[in-house]
Design a binder for this molecule. Sequence first.
Ligand code: FEO
Length: 377
Amino acid sequence: MVKYIGVNDRKIDLFEGQFVVPEGVSYNSYLILDEKIAVMDTVDINFKDEFLANLEKALDGRKPDYLIVDHMEPDHSASIKALVDKYPNIEIVGNQTTFKMINQFFPGFTFKQVLVKEGDKLSLGKHNLSFIFAPMVHWPEVMMTYDSYDKCLYSADAFGKFGALDFDDPEGWACEARRYYFGIVGKFGVNVQNLFKKLPSIDLEIIRPLHGPVLTAPLDEYIRLYDIWSKYEPEADAVTIAYTSVYGNTRNAVNLLKDNITKDYDMFDLARDDFHEAIEGAFENKYLVLATTTYCSGIFPKMLDFLHALKERGYQNRTIAIIENGSWAPQAKKLIVEFIINNFKNIRIIEKTITIKSALTEENKKEIIELASELNK
Ligand code: FEO
């Protein structure tokens, strides 16, 4: 039997100190009750008391034998010591890097340990666990635990999403899972692909990530999306417009553009909209339009931040159009092209770029409508 013992965090201001999570986030933990009992990860330190109370209730008088630590980031590991303080005979199951990190996060902490290697097995009775190492999905110590009895993969951060479990997300799973993926795991596409090479050998009906809902069969759509995302392929033949505008003239340009786009589009004001939604949009769609101004002889700061965020996440395989605005000595277009060439892979830059000098001219309007036609193809 498996019981949920995790928590919903609706108090958090910023996840990982940077992601807005208006509907909170869950830190998932499970209790596998068999002849032996295993706790699957813990929760953020602010919820340790709630977690321990959930655990005690689920144990119903029994004691846990193992704590499986699939991921050492503190949103899942910070309550490890409190758990061991309460149940000192529990054995922590992890790999070499797990234990190194436990020593770093909890200096001087002593505990019983079971060191596992890739593919090692641990039987709880009917539930037979095996350990699949998934380094850099999202930290180096990450491993996933497969329970062959339930055909369940405890997938660490992979397949997680923002949003507390008491939030019935009207957008479904993909939207906030995608923002989570490209915000947090996006840099590690190769590592996710390495994981996928191991998955076909296991019979899978359930995925229990550390954040967000349990995913149940058919799992094909979740796996299809993760495969696309981790290969850096566009998911949709659609357009993302990312812009900055100091006095509204560049905004006028992108408004005219969007009004003439006939396919799906997203548009983000990089100074005002959720930055990570914009990153998500850049990865989701095939086309990216960058519209910005020259500022202090460089690229406007919010746009430069955006370009760096894409670079950090391995941005590639897209078509980019550029609209620049500069009242004197415009530089943004030239600098963005250089940035793209030096930092992104396999990008087609739409040859016809648009330079606005302060406000839109009739010629600029014509160019923007032509750009829309090119994006609509
Ligand atoms: Fe949810 Fe990488 O921690």
